[in-house]
Ligand binder design. Sequence first.
Ligand code: HEC
Length: 223
Amino acid sequence: MRIIGWIAALAAAATLIACAGAGSEQTGKQPAIAPAALAPAPKTLTISDASFGCIRDLKPVRGFFVGNLLGDVDATLAAANAGGAKPYPPGSVVQLVPTEVMVKHPAGYNAATNDWEFFELDVQPGVNKIRVRGSTEVVNQFGGNCLTCHARAEAKWDMICEQDHGCLPIPIPAVMQRAIQNTDPRCAKMELPADQAEALQQLAARRAAAAAAAAKPAATTSN
Ligand code: HEC
């Protein structure tokens, strides 16, 4: 995974999402049994730009953050802390960096992604927008397909990579991840510890080098 550039501060509020999910009434000749406790599972999840906000308003788990757009953050935290014993429940939001998000839909969204939808956000001062979203086809702006990487996680981890679930590592050390989270332009500004400030400088240098390499004309080939 790669990180897109963002710079200063922007406040944006995370908004909970309404869901539709009424089951149809059954009124035929039924034996007189007490109706089962109705806990209607939501059938759809509506996700918009307003679904996302300051990454640090989510709950921290081992270096990444989780939330739940259906209000059941406890179930999401339980899954995140279950050591692979529980899949993430519908509504789960998972983020490592401000610009990339995974959201778990109710069952039936897409079996190929375990019902995860992938998002790349455009997060800049004054901007908090979904840039790309979808299931199998979402490619980040650096050409990496989210699913291709995340599907390498062992099945029990429900496509969550962390550092040791079987995905290829990404070249962003933990201190750089913290620095990126702590400079989410949608959050209140905070003082960065020295090691994180240094990590941000390394990241800026990396980006500059990558931009310079990309600007060079491709080498010509001859035969
Ligand atoms: C090159 C492979 C690769 C690509 C492409 C990639 N990721 Fe990841 N992603 C990872 C790895 C590895 C981690 C764990 C890094 C860590 O914890 O140090 C991760 C972490 C995450 C996390 C935190 C939860 C977790 O799995 O640990 C989310 C959410 C996430 N990525 C979303 C996305 C989205 C959305 C996209 C596409 C827009 C994407 N990723 C593209 C490899 C990738």
